[in-house]
Design a protein around this ligand. Sequence first.
Ligand code: NDP
Length: 328
Amino acid sequence: AHEIHLASRPHGWPTQDNFRTVEVDLPDPGPGEVLVRNTFLSVDPYMRGRMNDVKSYVPPFALDAPMDGGAVGEVVSSGSDDLKPGDTVLHQAGWRSHALLPARGVRRIDVSAVPASAYLGALGMPGMTAYVGLTRIAEVREGDTVLVSGAAGAVGSAAGQMARLLGAKTVIGSAGGPEKCAWLTDELGFDVALDYKAAPIGRQLREHAPVDVYFDNVGGDHLEAAIFAMADFGRIAACGAIADYNADAPVPGPRNLMMVVSKRLTLRGFIVTDHSDVTSEFYRTAGAWAAAGQLQWRETVVDGLDNAVDAFLGLHRGDNTGKMLVRV
Ligand code: NDP
C-alpha cells in the first residue's frame, strides 16, 4: 500500500517537496477491523490549514505520518460482522491507496442510485456545508437575492442550486472564467454569473445589489464587495476564505466593516462538523433533490495517488469545476 505523508510544513504555496509517498505493508484486519481499498480521495481547501502547525478547529497534520481526509473505497477483507468484502464505504483515511480501519470508523454507502464519489461532493461534506450555511446560518427565505462566491466549486455549486430550491428569487454566482460561468447559468439555473477574473468583482456586483444573503467561500475582495452590495439586515454565512489560504502573512480585512454596523448586517461563521444534528435531514433532502434531478454536480478527476498533491494544488488554482477528486 502507498500513503502520502506530510514531510515538512509549507510556507505560502505548498510544493511537492513538502510531501512524500511512502510504501507500507498492512496486516490482515483483526477482530472488528476492515481493510479498505480506496477508489476516490477527496482533496479539500481546509487541508491547507492542517498543514500549518497552529491550533484550529481540526488538529494539524503530523509530520512524517499519513495525512487524512474523506475517501470512499471497497472493503477487501473484514474482521467485522457488520461489513463484508465488496461493500462500498465512506471514511476519513484518505491520502492513501489502502486503509486498515476499525469498522466503526467506516460507513457503508448506498451506491444503487448515485456513484460512490458523490458522497465526497454534493451528497457529502461539501453538500452538507452548503445546506447548513443556507438553512442554519444565513436562514435563506422565500424571495431572497442570494450571492454565492466560489460558485463553480463543490460547496458553491451546491449552495446556488439549494438556495433556489429553498425559495430564493434571484441567485448570483461568482467564479473564475467564462466556462465556469456558463455552467452556472446554462445548467445549474443561476440567474447571473460574474467572472471575477474578467473585471473587479466589486464593480460587477454593483448593478445586482441589494443582496439579502451572501454565502462566502472566498473572503478577501469578494467579502468587501459583498458588504458594499448587501441590503439592510442582510445575512452573510462565512464559510471559507480561499483567497487567503496560501498567503504567507496575515491579510488585511474588508475596508468597509463599518457597513456591517450601518446596514445592521449579520456575519456569522460556521464549521459544518458542529452541525451533525442536521445530517439525516441533509441526506433525506439532498437525496430527494438529486433523485428529482434538481441538484446536479460535476467532478474534476485527477488519476493516480501520485498526482494527489497536484490535485490539491490545482484546487487552489481553480483547476476544478465542481468537486476535485483523486481516483486511486
Ligand atoms: P472548491 O471546489 O470551491 O475549490 C476551490 C475553488 O476556489 C477553486 O476552484 C477556485 O475557483 C476558487 N478560488 C481559488 N482561489 C481563489 C481566489 N483568490 N478568489 C476567488 N476564488 C478562488 O472547494 P470547496 O467547495 O471544497 O470549498 C469552498 C470553500 O468552502 C472553501 O473556502 C472551503 O474552505 C470552504 N469550506 C468550509 C467548510 C466549513 O465547514 N465552513 C466546509 C467545507 C468547505 P475559481 O476558478 O472560481 O477561482
